[in-house]
Write a protein that binds this ligand. Structure first.
Ligand SMILES: Cc1cc2nc3c(=O)[nH]c(=O)nc-3n(C[C@H](O)[C@H](O)[C@H](O)COP(=O)(O)OP(=O)(O)OC[C@H]3O[C@@H](n4cnc5c(N)ncnc54)[C@H](O)[C@@H]3O)c2cc1C
Length: 529
């Protein structure tokens, strides 16, 4: 066996989370070993970014002086900087509500749809990360920055020895070892430390069990060819995270710019049993068979990868940190893709964890701050789980679903705005979970919604949700005249400036920094394509 490699930090898992962690640590001068069991490029699920995720990516790039990462935070700059790196255009969140066994239909009030814009035009839009290329790119950047990259490497054993942690590895058949002062687990749900340390899984508290089936497909038709939205649609509905929601589950459709589309379903266990899902391909077909309009969208499509079926999507680890190890949020828990929460949670975790490792020495204070990191991570996963669970409970009642979704969009857009104003302290915790005004009130309405309210209780619930949302609503979400179509308008943010304690010139400055040129010029409703 070769001599052990000695490093400051060993990072297990070279997805985007592990690679970015390794990059940030290298920029702070730490020696890093990045251990990956597979080999890039490889398939990975979890692809849809959000305005907050992209802002956090920008913050990581700025904090750790990573100018090559910064362009990846917007569709326009990504395409110009890295034309060979596939990326999907995400202008917003599109939700369409289906009944099982019935073609999709809607009325003028948009009773069965919800369109929430995330950006006013393509240049500054969000993205779908084509993970085979994206993760490979970030891993190459980490290597370039000096991280030792060990791919096709299995971690056989983790041992804590004095003030170090030793990883016994097998790399392409040969034994190796890494001795580190600290271990970051970036290996995703049910990952390396969960298995090697025998850490217990924590049951989800609010979310029903769901099964997943997903793949990349070629030749998926555009949904707007089926629904033909009328004039005034806030953005092209397929250039978005497209959600087909139905009682008991939902399907995501995310288009990349390379002809491939990521699509999959998360199905609650009773429906999955009723559908007798079976394996991969068959499971996907069985879901489509119950949704005639979605089936038509996929009529000409072919899987470009294996269709994967997972018996459980959600995962929570009962432990997040130890004296010499910590999990990224993505290893500590996965809730559900419904609101694209995985990326922002992971990116927030990277910023926090690297700060803890960077600013405190091993021992007393670091232990306390790691415990705080663990609690923070768990509270954020709890908030996400509670809200997503409330949405699941109301997939059959789309009016409640849409009203609840306002909580997410209000918290996310408020958090993004105050961070862009340099006042991150006004948005404590993901989804404002630690905000004394929003957090407890949002949890309370989510709990009521979890009980599937009766008709009379619904009216109260709607009024309560509106009250919770109002002080944080910077996107006119509570404006019912929008008929559940929410374009991104500079005027809405300007009108809501008091909620973020900003003056009009401060908002105009923010818009200019974000690239809202049209807004700065006219201060009128922005053009939408
Ligand atoms: C079905 C589904 C859809 C999702 N969709 C979205 C979405 O649209 N938007 C969003 O924000 N989030 C989404 N998520 C969450 C998202 O997938 C995660 O937040 C994201 O993948 C985390 O990235 P990561 O690099 O930290 O971990 P991962 O992507 O899980 O990568 C882990 C890496 O570790 C490696 N690895 C695993 N075990 C070991 C081991 N024992 N030793 C060495 N290496 C190991 C793996 O090969 C992999 O390269 C989704 C999750 C699921 C389950």
């Amino acid at each position: 066996m070769s001599a052990a490699r000695r490093v400051d930090v060993a990072v297990v898992g070279a997805g985007f989370g592990g690679a970015l962690t390794a990059l940030a640590l290298r920029r702070r001068g730490y020696s890093v070993a990045l251990v990956e069991r597979g080999r890039h490029p490889r398939f990975a699920i979890g692809e849809s970014s959000t305005p907050l995720a992209n802002l956090l990516l920008e913050e990581i790039a700025a904090t750790y002086d990573l100018p090559r990462i910064a362009p990846l935070s917007k569709w326009g700059t990504w395409r110009r900087a890295y034309p060979a790196l596939p990326v999907g255009l995400k202008r917003g969140f599109s939700f369409f509500r289906h009944n099982l066994n019935e073609p999709f239909q809607d009325d003028d009030s948009h009773a069965r749809q919800l369109l929430v814009g995330a950006s006013p035009y393509d240049e500054i839009a969000d993205t779908h990360w084509y993970r085979p290329a994206f993760d490979a790119f970030l891993t190459a950047e980490a290597q370039e920055a000096g991280a030792e990259y060990l791919d096709e490497t299995v971690v056989e054993r983790v041992r804590f020895e004095g003030d170090t942690v030793r990883l016994d590895l097998v790399r392409r058949g040969d034994p190796e070892s890494v001795v580190a002062a600290f271990l970051v687990d970036a290996s995703g749900p049910r990952g390396a430390l969960h298995r090697l340390l025998g850490l217990p899984e924590a049951p989800t508290r609010w979310l029903p069990p769901t099964e997943g089936v997903y793949a990349h497909f070629e030749d998926v038709a555009r949904w707007d060819e089926a629904v033909r939205p009328e004039a005034g649609v806030p953005y092209p509905i397929d250039d978005a995270a497209l959600h087909h929601v139905f009682p008991g589950g939902w399907i995501w459709v995310l288009r990349f710019g390379n002809g491939l589309t990521s699509a999959g379903a998360a199905i609650t266990t009773p429906l999955a049993s009723a559908l007798q899902l079976g394996d991969g391909d068959q499971a996907w077909q069985r879901v489509l068979d119950r949704l005639p309009s979605v089936k038509a969208q996929f009529a000409g499509a072919r899987p470009a990868t294996r269709v994967i079926r997972t018996p459980r999507v959600a995962f929570r680890s009962a432990e997040v940190c130890g004296e010499r190890w910590a999990m990224l949020p993505s290893a500590a828990g996965v809730i559900d893709p419904l609101l694209s929460t995985g990326f922002p949670l992971t990116l927030l975790g990277i910023l926090r964890l690297v700060t803890v490792l960077d600013t405190t020495r091993p021992g007393g204070e670091r232990t306390t701050r790691l415990a705080a990191y663990a609690e923070h991570t768990s509270r954020e996963l709890d908030m996400t789980e509670r809200l997503v669970a409330a949405l699941y409970a109301n997939m059959a009642d789309f009016d409640v679903f849409k009203r609840l979704a306002r909580l997410y969009f209000a918290a996310a857009s408020y958090s993004e705005t105050v961070r862009r104003l340099g006042r991150a302290e006004m948005a404590p915790g993901f989804l404002l979970c630690d905000h004394p005004g929003f957090g407890p009130a949002a949890r309370a309405v989510a709990d009521v919604a979890l009980m599937r309210p009766t008709d009379r209780a619904r009216a109260n619930l709607f009024a309560d949700i509106d009250r919770v949302v109002e002080p944080f609503d910077v996107a006119a979400l509570n404006d019912d005249t929008r008929r559940d179509w929410y374009p991104v308008r500079a005027t809405d943010l300007i009108a809501a400036r008091a909620k973020v304690q900003a003056t009009e010139p401060e908002i105009m400055g923010l818009l200019e920094r974000c690239g809202f040129r049209a807004a700065v010029a006219s201060a009128g409703p922005l053009q939408v394509s």
